[in-house]
Design a binder for this molecule. Sequence first.
Ligand code: SF4
Length: 387
Amino acid sequence: MNGAPEPKVYGWCPGALRPMMSGDGLVVRVRAPLGKLSVAQARGVARLSQEFGNSLLDISARANLQMRGIREDAHEDLIAGLRDLGVIDPDTQAEARRNVLLAPFWAEEDDTHTIATELSAALTAATDLSLPGKFGFAVDCGAAPVLQDTAADIRVERAGETLILRADGAETVKLVTRESAVPEALALARWFLTQGGAPEGRGRMHRLIARRGPPPAHAAPMAKAGFCAKPGAVPAGTLAALEFGQMPAATLAQLAEHGEIRLTPWRALLVEGAASLPPLPGLILDATDPRLQVVACTGAPGCLQALSSTRDLARDLARHVPAGTKLHISGCAKGCACPGTAPLTLTATGENEFSLIRNGTAADQPLKTRLSARALRAAPELLKEGS
Ligand code: SF4
């Protein structure tokens, strides 16, 4: 640990039907079906955010849309409005189970779109399947996988001409077809449970695989692929990054003027069919913008656990982050904005006071402690110490 107080671990993520209280009101996370909002849905969500919340919307690392600052007494009316828009599950269990992330570059009826559609329906119907709150599926069947660096427990990917099923953490896979992918994915989820992957209702696939290895039928070798999302034109439209994964609700409504919206796990939106997008508050449209090199969690005052604000410092330090590297600024040791390692991390240990960690997580041993935000702004070369 880095000397900061231990953050509280809840072990579950907020949903729409099961929101979580934060420093700025309820966080209501909307799991848009197939990670997509029609024009009417995008306008509707923006309007509801303005009516019942603080008009700020986040994109989560699993491509969910998070409405912030929702008043507790308005939650019921908000859910009624979201239900009318068709973005709400029948109940909290179905909402938790339908944790399906699909590669956002899909085309109608291709493998990714078809399998994700069928898997979402199968998970909604699988009322006997009691998976841990964070357990998720990734459907990533484009020419090359783009979600391998995004958290998921069960993955359907492409390897050349074939489709493969992979338990996260395993280095071997099972060959599947478009028809068998969904039943095989559900069978793998059940295997996870029967093998004791979720004692006391918590657990992740990669931890089980580390303990007991992959299922016997998973014997084919896997291939690793890297992917880095950048703002700009893509075959399905235009990708717009969001500063710290957040935008004003009005920006979502204005983006909907340009096309339907796909949510991505890269703190970015894909606007279908758009050749270009206008500059709007919260958007990053230039692939060389230095803010793409920083990630920062909500911090204070929006998060109850935060020991300091984070984003103003991240904005100020962004242009000093060495090219090709990444700076993570975390309001506490939990590291929500970047659960894995980052080349540089500043973890708050007090108000405007940070520890510097190199090549680690927000909770790892620091290289330097008690760095004030003022000192970092005055001498950003402090970030390069020990490199
Ligand atoms: S990492 Fe940031 S958002 Fe997560 S609990 Fe800590 S302060 Fe809150």
